[in-house]
Design a binder for this molecule. Structure first.
Ligand SMILES: N=c1c2ncn([C@@H]3O[C@H](COP(=O)(O)OP(=O)(O)OP(=O)(O)O)[C@@H](O)[C@H]3O)c2ncn1[C@@H]1O[C@H](COP(=O)(O)O)[C@@H](O)[C@H]1O
Length: 114
């Protein structure tokens, strides 16, 4: 999975110099951060709707496709802001072994409801 994300990060960085007429990613970079954020919001909504549709149906194909769209657009967002998946993976790695409830308690928040 790391390889796939690294490969995608590389493609996204290359697409910053590409022609928006021939590259979807370049067209997003050209439109700017607000358009990229709109896409992230749209894809997040589509994930929620697909998850609701999938619940109890036993077929998660559509949901997986929507999550891929969301991940992809968040990677474009990170690339636009000159960062990428490596920073996020490092952040997640640092959290291994730390319960979300413990982390919340360390911030002085109630652990009643996650
Ligand atoms: N992984 C993806 C990927 N996932 C989704 N998408 C595109 O994201 C777009 C937005 O999805 P939507 O469902 O919102 O479709 P839409 O309504 O047509 O989109 P909008 O008109 O609102 O922008 C679609 O055109 C998808 O094809 C992707 N486009 C590109 N990639 C990767 O990025 C690489 C570079 O792509 P280009 O920049 O186009 O060469 C590709 O080789 C792929 O590896």
């Amino acid at each position: 999975m790391n390889d796939i994300l690294q490969h995608l990060d590389l493609i996204l960085a290359q697409r910053k110099q590409a022609d928006p007429e021939s590259s979807y990613v370049a067209s997003l970079h050209e439109k700017g951060l607000n358009r990229i954020l709109e896409k992230v919001g749209e894809e997040a909504t589509e994930v929620i709707l697909a998850a609701k549709d999938s619940a109890g149906e036993g077929d998660n194909t559509a949901l997986v496709g929507e999550v891929a769209d969301l991940w992809f657009h968040t990677l474009v967002m990170l690339s636009h802001l000159d960062t990428g998946s490596a920073a996020v993976l490092e952040c997640l790695q640092d959290r291994f072994g730390l319960s979300g409830l413990e982390e919340k308690a360390a911030r002085g928040e109630s652990t009643g409801t996650p």
